[in-house]
Design a protein around this ligand. Sequence first.
Ligand code: FE2
Length: 426
Amino acid sequence: MFDLIVKNATLPDGRTGVDIACADGTIAAVEPGISAQAHEVIDATGYLVSPPFVDPHFHMDATLSLGTPRMNVSGTLLEGIALWGELKPIQSVDDIIARALRYCDLAVSMGIGAIRSHVDVCDDDLKGVEALLEVRKQVAPYLDLQLVAFPQDGVLRDPTAMANLLRALDMGVDVVGGIPHFERTMEQGAESVRQLCKIAADRGLMVDMHCDESDDPLSRHIETLAHETQRLGMQGRVAGSHLTSMHSMDNYYVSKLIPLMVEAGVHAIPNPLINIMLQGRHDTYPKRRGQTRVPQLRDAGITVGFGSDCVMDPWYSLGKADMLDVALMGLHVGQLSSRADMEWCFDAVTVNSAAIMGLEGYGLAKGDKANMVLLQATDRIEALRLRAHRLAVIRAGRVIARADLVVTKMELPGRPLTVNAADYAP
Ligand code: FE2
């Protein structure tokens, strides 16, 4: 007797007609025609079953705060940072917890199973840290939340940031963050990378820095981050988020930089929605797109995962926890239009991001955790095309969110009575 069987699924690798049996929170069998009994049986009717979406870059302490205390008038990154500075002193721990829990509800409904959230430590009361540690505990049964100690105002630029960051790590924050391009000088930025990597190495932690989030082709902190990663033997444990300046870097310099990143095993986390929205603001025309060199990084062997970064906060008024929106924007901006490229974009919000976060038991093989999402789409490309509806979200072998098939009733004489967008696949 299994807890759950999902019948007749299509898997991301293209296998069709597959049944997935779950027992004791793990996947017990993945094969056609499982006939055993189960407490619940779901018929996938040939639709895609994927491991859950993974968001490797988010700001849960700011999410759903849109309009508090005011709107971002210019829509720029710097006004967003200033606005966040106005909000921090007036929000309470309970405010942050309530907003974060609401966001997690939305995220789960959209099939997200894991989120890496940066949490601002440039607040001497560490309200965000206290709040998100509580949220991490409360959501643990249904969502993996990994926290990054993020010194938003610069770990060297802000006089108490370093002490706060160390306190946050002592309190149980998982990952060391940074923002070298926001320090006062290039040298201070590089020094911040060195100090933060040393802290992570000493504590055996991962690193994920907001790195070179600008249009400045000479913002080269990713070079220092990769070099420190290699020097300290932290290969595979370090990620550079955004890396937008790489888009504008000189090609010769990049031909030297990318091999260094490969040797260092540094991961890359572009945030397509935010990067296309916030970068290139000083340009007239031609205007830069601001997304890092995704195909080049990927083709060199670097693990690239797409993050969402923001949903309805001081930096971004839109978003709905839809990692397919994120992947679709990454696809367009990166001109990733071949069939294989598009499939890879789906992987960038699932398996690649899971690898970056170091999630254990992620996947749809026997023995993996029984976490998955059933989509109203027949394959990975269709899922992107449709921003497919989530029909069921499964965690530890139990359905934790479900929705009816979306079918529109039509009233056109002589034409079909219903339209299901997923029926239009080639
Ligand atoms: Fe961010």
